[in-house]
Write a protein that binds this ligand. Sequence first.
Ligand SMILES: Nc1ncnc2c1ncn2[C@@H]1O[C@H](COP(=O)(O)OP(=O)(O)OP(=O)(O)O)[C@@H](O)[C@H]1O
Length: 343
Amino acid sequence: MTDAPEDLTNPAAESDAELAFEGALRPRSLSEFVGQAKARGQLQLLITAAGMQNRTPDHILLAGPPGLGKTTLAMIVAHETGKPLRLTSGPAIQHAGDLAAVLSSLTPGEVLFIDEIHRMARPAEEMLYLAMEDFRIDIMVGKGAGATSIPLELAPFTLVGATTRSGLLPNPLRDRFGFTAHLEFYDEPELQQVLHRTADMLGLDIDGRAVAEIAGRCRGTPRIANRLLRRVRDYALVHGGRADLETVRAALELYDVDALGLDRLDRSVMESMLDRFAGGPVGLSTLAVSVGEEAETIESVVEPFLVRIGLITRTPRGRVATPAAWRHFGRTPSQHGSTLDGL
Ligand SMILES: Nc1ncnc2c1ncn2[C@@H]1O[C@H](COP(=O)(O)OP(=O)(O)OP(=O)(O)O)[C@@H](O)[C@H]1O
């Protein structure tokens, strides 16, 4: 079997080529956006009501795992309100001054998107509270006893914050968003819709069974669905065949994506739990060290999907592998010394 690129099914990893590809595929309006019916309805109401009152929509927090459409929704909010969009991210705002520079240059009604907002530096976060509430910031001039603060009026704007870790947001920040949309993993019919749309845009002739197979292996995530579809297209191109079920199976086997859509990192996490920790309970940081990954990646990228498909559960004492996990990996708990009582 050929080595897979590490990040084929990592929803958080993106190459430049993929960014360009994604840009071309992004739906431009709420009606084009597939799935997330609840969040879509809520956003539509928020935008329409603000338009009727001739004011900027309330600040919006988008929470959920990577690749589910947070950036796309921020772009749609700007498009639907007819205003420009400014994009930045929490890690890019390490000083209050970085944020002041962005805020003071916003034009009236502009949509400010801050990706990974939970990673913004604390002083900037505090500046954001006032900006969100009163469209005003206080700029500190000087140091020590002679320091003074100069108030600066801002143009009214809509902040769209995105986070994969909403639990890390301090309450005062969370409370200042008028509305929080929790994005969910997509179900298979929705993913099939995303895939058909992408295939049309790529001019790829693909049959329904092939689409269904990809939809079942993309971790409920449109970004991964589109990425797998591109690999299938390559495979069909090189092997001179159609994009049918056989092609999908062969391409995904080549790229090491299994029947549940698990990739290498998912598998090494699961195998570590089963083989080294007898199925758990095991703490997140111990697990992360055992597979040589950041605890944050395990918690925000790997774990939500493994929980969703029922391979692990979270307990107060740590993560535990379920009987379905033992079965999927062809191991029996008794041989590995775990009792799994009560599961
Ligand atoms: N509901 C959807 N319908 C169609 N395509 C979608 C949908 N959601 C996401 N996509 C596609 O998936 C890709 C990833 O979406 P996006 O960048 O918005 O995700 P994200 O949640 O912002 O991810 P990250 O948090 O990693 O930035 C884009 O190409 C986008 O077009």
